[in-house]
Write a protein that binds this ligand. Structure first.
Ligand code: NAP
Length: 242
């Protein structure tokens, strides 16, 4: 049996799709989420262990990460927010909340898991999530872009500091059909218009992101660290019209 993999945000679109892929590959997972009903449904389906924590509660996050076990073969922090407003309407509270949820929560999870990651077999991977809106400027994205920019910086700093034992990588998705993005994807007219801005002419699905995350967290990716990988239908690099 391989060392356990922790997924913080295991009830989310990407987190649950990642959990399904890892379990299908024979990995044992420990899911952390804030909603006990959703959490026990997914953990029950997958035969996974689970623990309830709000990631904004530092002590609860630490306790649930540490409870996963003495050796941890991977940690994914699949928690996020999409708080889109013109900069004139963003408050200090918006910026602080997005930073705490996306960046501070991620580093706290890593700190709590560190002894168990160091005790793992092989080279475990910490998997973080940014957004295409860091490398590309989009209107109304100031708060999330700042918070996720911090996640990208954290990825590189940790990858350097924790090598060669622990790998650290980050996926920067474009708009993906998950509960997080429902305000945008729930309107089919808007979803179609945004899909057409992608070279691949569609929005992402949770499993598009989970497939890359599962690969990065596998032994096959043992020589990949310190990377920000766009899983974005070409949105970060390609223009097919005009
Ligand atoms: N979907 C997109 O278009 C998109 C685009 C760019 C980047 N991303 C990033 O991709 C990652 C995965 O997002 P997703 O699309 O899978 O979102 P999602 O479906 O909303 O999942 C997010 C997960 O985080 C959990 N969560 C949120 N706030 C929490 C809190 N305070 N304490 C504990 N758990 C909390 C959610 O719990 P509940 O189930 O209780 O809500 C859920 O499990 C995130 O980092 C996100 O920023 C997504």
């Amino acid at each position: 049996m391989s060392d356990i993999t922790i997924i913080v945000g295991g009830t989310g679109g990407v987190g649950s799709a990642l959990a399904r892929r890892l379990v299908a590959a024979g990995r044992q997972v420990h899911l952390i989420g804030r909603d006990p009903v959703k959490l026990s449904a997914i953990a029950g389906e997958l035969g996974a262990s689970s623990a309830v924590a709000d990631v904004l509660d530092a002590d609860a996050l630490k306790a649930t990460v540490e409870a996963a076990g003495p050796a941890v073969g991977g940690l994914a922090y699949a928690v996020g927010s999409i708080n889109l407003k013109p900069v004139s309407r963003l408050t200090d509270g918006d910026f602080e909340n997005d930073f705490r949820l996306n960046a501070l929560g991620a580093v706290r999870a890593v700190q709590a898991a560190l002894p168990a990651l160091k005790a793992a077999h092989g080279t475990p991977c910490v998997m973080l999530f940014s957004t295409v809106a860091v490398a590309q400027g989009f209107t109304a994205h100031a708060s999330v872009a700042m918070a996720k920019g911090a996640v990208e910086g954290l990825t590189l700093a940790l990858a350097a500091e924790l090598a060669p034992k622990i790998r650290v990588n980050c996926i920067a998705p474009s708009l993906t059909r998950t509960p997080l993005a429902k305000a945008l994807t729930g309107n089919e007219q808007m979803a179609t218009a945004i899909a057409q801005m992608h070279a691949m002419q569609r929005l992402g699905e949770a499993d598009d992101i989970a497939a890359t995350a599962a690969f990065l967290m596998s032994a096959d990716a043992g020589w990949i660290t310190g990377q920000i990988i766009g899983v974005d239908g070409g949105r970060s690099t390609l223009r097919t019209k005009g």
